[in-house]
Every structure is written in structure tokens, then in C-alpha cells.
Design a protein around this ligand. Structure first.
Ligand SMILES: O=C(O)C[C@H]1C=CC(=O)O1
Length: 93
């Protein structure tokens, strides 16, 4: 199943710089592993914002929830999920 996700990142301004660097490194590693596994086929920065649009490809709502709640940045994000269904006018390819 495909899901369109918007993630807005809100890191505390007073976060310790070493903790921030560690958090971002772990987030990058986590997201790149999921990209390599084909579960995160699209990851786009929203221009001008600390936010992204993503498409995730997972089995069901439960896998989606597990994947999102495992994000190292999860406690610092607002996440909006839109489930995607097939469009009848879409051509093949
Ligand atoms: O920077 C972000 O948009 C948040 C997050 C999503 C993937 C990743 O590596 O960081």
C-alpha cells in the first residue's frame, strides 16, 4: 500500500548540538535503510521549509505506524498521512 506523508520537523532550539548531530545521523541511517529496502521510494524536501513530502510503500497501516514511530525524529515531528488508491485514468508505465 502506498501512503503520501508530510513530515514537519520541529527540533527544540535549545537542543544540545551533539545530541542534535546524533539524532540527525540516526535519522539519516534509518531513512536510507528503508529507502534501500524499497519501503521509502520518494523523499523530497519541501522548498523553504524543514519538512518533507514522502511516499512510503508498506504492507498495511500497522507497518506504516511501526515505521513512522521508529523514526529517531518522531518525537519532534508533526506527521500527516494520506492513503493513496489507484486512479482510474492513470495509464500504464
Ligand atoms: O529531514 C527531514 O525531512 C526529516 C527526515 C526524513 C528523512 C530524513 O533523513 O530526515
Amino acid at each position: 500500500m502506498l501512503y503520501h506523508i508530510r513530515m514537519d520537523v520541529n527540533l527544540p532550539p535549545d537542543l544540545d548540538p551533539d545530541e542534535r548531530a546524533d539524532l540527525l545521523a540516526r535519522e539519516k541511517e534509518y531513512s536510507q535503510k528503508l529507502q534501500r529496502e524499497g519501503k521509502w521510494p520518494h523523499l523530497w524536501r519541501i522548498a523553504g521549509e524543514y519538512a518533507n513530502f514522502s511516499v512510503l510503500d508498506v504492507a498495511d497501516h500497522d507497518e506504516l505506524h511501526a515505521l513512522l514511530s521508529g523514526l529517531p525524529l518522531f518525537p519532534h515531528m508533526d506527521i500527516e498521512v494520506t492513503p493513496l488508491a489507484a486512479h482510474p485514468s492513470k495509464i500504464e508505465g
